[in-house]
Design a protein around this ligand. Structure first.
Ligand code: SF4
Length: 608
């Protein structure tokens, strides 16, 4: 669309910024473009919950077009949870609406004097009083705002964001959350309840017939598929992994300290599998331009849920396996509470597991938990505890900022039960199963993330076959056995993963079939991008995210993940990867020649 919208909440003013085509080609959209603009315009070391903190909402560069599975957007800024660069990725329909309003991104600054919401309706921009919706959960707020602004798309914070919980996210589509990195707290700290968008612009593309030709072909195979990965996602959504990943040893059990032989057996998991969850599915839905439609709406009268989103695999793992809880009703309830309040279910589950282990080991007692029996598997207590976390009541106030902060407050040796990376709870994928996940959890500029760049997780799909995912992408020979080619393969995945996200592409494409990515890029932008450029662009974005984190004074190269989550020697893997990336493994700094090669010369004065 060629433009970014800056909104100053202190002065209630709007400003448009035009960008050159060169900037788009170098940073794409999503958090790549956000990182470029936020890095340049935000002073280092500002309070992420203060007026100088910037918060960006950026769709991918392909988002809003007919290209298959490209409907995603990203929220970006400094993470108040980890103190590093922070971003969170979400599907649904909010991302395309940013484009329809005429923008490739919206950046917020300042703090509103009283609770406000932003409304951009058919070109008219307003900052309006939010007192009627402040205090409501994300679903209630969205319904109320839709009454005033029909046919709009809405991003809001629930009570968790309003209460500046550092594990809160931003809600769209009545309960889908851009959840990680604690960016809901940043929005809440700005006294901003919601952004309401209804655009009247067409998303122009360079060659729509090229996009349609490839989208039709791709979508046809998706629709016809009756087996394999696409079918699993189509029929069950991500919970198809609930039992499969348990068998593999991928899903962490009992706060990362258990296993499926002794603590949470496959028989127990049977109660919370994809097919069991599917019995409550009322309808399927997909993100914008997605024929896979892995999302679902459930109705669960047993726990008074009229309409809620299907719990994702990550949520089932965090509230199920991690807590030795196979009470499916409670998982529906905990999921719904998180979706409405805007709390990250991975971090919420990880933090409750921390509290349970503290209770089981006598570090905290009933007098600390407001009478809640935080025993393994006590689902009713988890529901009450989550409500307290959302509302910052009693022990919930201590837990509302994640397990690291809670351990600092509780003391008494509790830190050994806080399973996090720089404050962010680890996702539901174990480095004991996916070797490279340890490196990613520890050393990605946004720590604790499973979607950041893990090599091994992406190898279960067509990417592992030469030209299997996109034409021209092939890993070096013997990368599965030899450290050097493996490090090169890891580097390629780091680049590819950043580019995919910043293009707005759903990462699930990596598990499906050959994807016409280069054709979609050409169709939308007119650019002839090859695989080499795609990877290099992703490496530029990764180096910039890293530079942001380093400029904040974070010693990321010294980070460690908890022993329970360690598989292979992740530090050695990181060292090899750093050398391939052209970064100094000692301190994580991209070398000067690397920065020059990536056209990031402007970072040299800050880092050196
Ligand atoms: S596969 Fe699922 S998450 Fe990905 S774009 Fe489609 S509906 Fe959204």
């Amino acid at each position: 669309m060629g433009k970014i919208l800056w909104i100053d909440l202190t002065n209630e003013s709007f400003e448009e910024q035009e960008l050159s085509e060169e900037v788009y080609r170098e940073y794409l959209g999503g958090y790549g473009l956000a990182a470029k603009l936020i890095y340049e315009n935000m002073k280092p070391k500002v309070d992420p919950l203060g007026p100088e903190a910037l918060l960006g909402f950026f769709p991918g560069i392909l988002t809003g077009s007919a290209a298959s599975l490209t409907g995603r957007f990203m929220v970006a800024g400094k993470s108040p949870l980890t103190g590093t660069w922070g971003d969170a990725n979400c599907g649904g329909y909010f991302g395309p609406e940013i484009k329809k309003c005429g923008y490739d991104g919206i950046i917020l600054k300042g703090i509103a004097s009283t609770p406000k919401y932003i409304a951009i309706m058919d070109g008219e921009k307003k900052i309006l009083d939010a007192s009627e919706v402040w205090g409501l959960d994300g679903v209630e707020a969205e319904e109320k705002l839709l009454g005033k602004h029909p046919k709009s798309q809405i991003a809001s914070v629930g009570q968790a964001g309003e209460n500046k919980s550092l594990i809160s996210g931003i809600i769209t589509d009545k309960g889908r959350i851009a959840a990680r990195s604690g960016l809901g707290a940043v929005m809440g700290s700005k006294n901003l309840k919601a952004i309401v968008l209804k655009g009247d612009k067409k998303v122009e593309v360079a060659d729509n017939s090229l996009i349609l030709e490839h989208a039709k072909e791709y979508n046809k195979t998706v629709k016809e598929s009756e087996a394999g990965a696409i079918y699993l996602w189509k029929s069950l959504g991500t919970p198809w992994q609930n039992d499969v990943n348990t068998k593999l040893g991928d899903t962490p059990i009992r706060n990362w300290g258990g296993n499926s032989d002794d603590h949470f057996t496959l028989d127990q998991v049977e109660a919370i599998t994809g097919p069991e969850i599917n019995k409550y599915k009322e309808k399927e839905y997909g993100c914008f331009a997605c024929p896979v439609r892995c999302g679902g709406i459930v109705k669960v009268p047993e726990v008074d849920i009229e309409e809620s989103h299907l719990p994702e695999y990550e949520t089932c793992g965090a509230f199920g396996h991690m807590l030795l809880n196979n009470d499916l009703m409670s998982i529906f309830k905990l999921n719904d509470l998180c979706n409405r309040a805007g709390m990250d279910s991975i971090s919420a589950g990880g933090t409750i597991a921390f509290a349970v282990e503290c209770f089981e080991n006598g570090i905290i007692g009933l007098e600390d938990t407001n009478g809640l029996m935080l025993k393994w598997g006590n689902a009713d207590a988890y529901i009450e505890l989550l409500k307290k976390m959302i509302n910052r009541e009693g022990i919930g106030d201590i837990l509302a900022d994640g397990s690291k902060k809670a351990a600092e407050r509780i003391g008494n040796g509790s830190e050994k039960y806080a399973i996090h990376s720089m404050g962010q709870e680890l996702a539901m994928h174990s480095p004991k199963y996916y070797d490279s996940m340890g490196t990613t959890y520890a050393f990605d500029p946004t720590p604790g993330r499973h979607t950041a760049a893990g090599l091994d997780m992406f190898l279960s799909g067509p990417l592992s076959r030469s030209n299997g995912y996109i034409e021209g992408f092939a890993f070096p020979k013997r990368y599965k056995r030899k450290p050097e080619p493996r490090a090169e393969a890891f580097k390629m995945v780091v680049g590819l993963a950043q580019s995919l996200s910043c293009l707005g592409v759903c990462q699930f494409t990596l598990y499906f079939q050959k994807y016409p990515l280069l054709e979609f890029i050409k169709g939308v932008t007119g650019w002839d991008v090859d695989v080499g450029e795609l990877i290099k662009t992703g490496l530029r974005i990764q180096a910039l995210r890293q530079a942001f984190t380093l400029r904040e004074g974070v010693k990321i190269a010294e980070n460690e993940i908890p022993k329970r989550a360690v598989g292979i020697n992740y530090k050695q893997e990181y060292e090899r990867l750093s050398n391939k990336l052209g970064w100094n493994p000692e301190n994580g700094y991209p070398l000067q020649e690397t920065l020059k090669d990536l056209n990031l010369d402007y970072l040299i004065k800050d880092l050196y």
